[in-house]
Design a protein around this ligand. Structure first.
Ligand code: CTP
Length: 399
């Protein structure tokens, strides 16, 4: 959990800072708010107090028990976001002016600072604002650029606050970089994800309930940490993370070929896919007609085990597998670790509603030669973070 200082300035977009605050909390971070006097005209301090569950800093002088609240807050914060950032506060930041609680706090901060500007298009285009922006950028202040759109004043142009999602993601990326650095920079990771479809005829297939969410979350985390990601995906209905080298496949046989190709020159593989264990022996070349050719029995044959195949080829590379179980989770996971020859198995109990296919949370346990490390139920993004932490350690230990 990181500590985020949120400075709210006086602009109509101030109400969107409430949603930004919620987004940061949902990602597991603690937020303290500082507001300029003008900001409190748009949104009351009570709103931010109730949302953040902390007092809001608006005044340097009436803080019982803390004579230097701007310094206290600056020492507390790991990262600071100014949202919305007005032309006035950006000018003060550029000039080093601290004439109220919010700007004095900003002046005292030595942690990463991001600004999300929002203002009228002419104020944005003003040469003074652009010069201040350039100064801030030069000092490594992160800028979440405003969008072009219909502004509150009725003008159409640049100056609309970036979307809440984009602002939250920018802060999260800053936090990730702070916590992990780009620990996977220069590494290429193969991740397989989703189910496979095993055809019976051109319109029928055998599938399973995998959604690909876990594998895609791991791919997003690996990308955030600087890795090149080759994402070999079975049929899913979610979007691949930006920057992933997506290789779409349908069947287990295609997934094996794509994984073998992707593993060439890669540093690691994470096999999250729910690969079909069996595939029909014969695939009809036409839609089977029940009135003509009954299909009471579909003869199946076993598919190749992709995880075991990659593990056999890995050399000093790292291979991580999954074990989706409904019972005896740990003992089955241990058996898979031994049978498949990978470095680590991520076991999860898919009989639990909070850990099953399609869930946005998962309860995992790491099983490796050193033992078992059970985790609590966590959002998939945090599970992905833990898995990439493990991968990073394994890669560090081996190189
Ligand atoms: N796996 C694979 N190729 C297969 C089957 C499974 O690569 N043909 C991988 C999965 O991607 C996962 C691990 O093996 O990383 C374990 O998959 P799981 O379905 O839990 O186990 P199975 O090997 O299918 O064994 P069982 O059906 O006995 O649970």
């Amino acid at each position: 959990m990181s500590k985020v200082g949120l400075v709210v300035c006086g602009g109509i977009a101030a109400y969107k800072a409430c949603e930004v605050l919620r987004g940061l909390q949902k990602a597991g971070h603690d937020v303290h708010v500082a507001m300029t006097a003008d900001a409190t005209k748009f949104v009351g301090t009570v709103t931010f107090e109730a949302l953040s569950k902390h007092p809001v800093l608006t005044d340097l002088y009436n803080q019982p028990g803390d004579p230097i609240p701007h310094i206290t807050l600056s020492e507390w914060a790991d990262v600071v976001l100014v949202c919305p950032a007005t032309a006035n506060v950006m000018a003060k930041m550029a000039a080093g002016i601290g004439d109220d609680a919010a700007t004095s706090f900003l002046l005292a901060c030595d942690c990463p600072v991001l600004v999300a500007p929002a203002m009228n298009v002419r104020m944005w285009k003003n040469a003074a604002t652009q010069a201040n922006l350039a100064t801030l950028r030069q000092r490594n202040v992160g800028i979440v650029m405003p969008e072009v759109g219909l502004l509150a004043c009725g003008d159409i142009g640049e100056g609309k606050l970036a979307s809440v999602d984009e602002i939250v993601s920018s802060v999260l990326e800053t936090i990730y970089r702070q916590e992990h650095g780009l620990d996977l920079a220069g590494k290429t990771i193969v991740i397989n994800a989703g189910p496979t479809h095993e055809a019976i005829d051109p319109v029928r297939f055998i599938a399973n309930a995998s959604t690909g969410k876990m594998g895609y979350a791991i791919a997003a985390e690996a990308l955030r940490r600087g890795a090149q990601v080759r994402l070999v995906s079975g049929p899913v209905s979610i979007e691949a993370p930006r920057g992933a080298d997506l290789r779409k496949v349908t069947s287990a046989a295609q997934m094996l070929d794509a994984c073998l190709e992707a593993f060439e020159g890669a540093d690691a593989a994470i096999c999250t896919a729910a690969v079909a264990d069996y595939t029909p022996k014969k695939v009809a070349d036409h839609k089977l007609k029940k009135t003509v050719e009954r299909v009471d029995v579909v003869e199946l044959t076993e598919t190749a085990d992709i995880l075991a195949t990659l593990s056999a080829k890995k050399g000093d590379r790292v291979v991580i597998g999954f074990a989706a179980e409904t019972n005896d989770v740990i003992s089955y996971a241990k058996a898979k670790l031994a049978r498949k020859g990978c470095d680590l198995v991520v076991a999860n109990d898919v009989s639990r509603a909070d850990s099953t296919f399609g869930s946005d949370t998962s309860r995992i346990a790491f099983v490796d030669a050193n033992g078992v490390d059970e985790q609590e139920t966590l959002p998939l993004s945090q599970v992905a973070e833990l898995i990439i932490d493990r991968l990073s350690q394994l890669l560090g230990g081996k190189r």
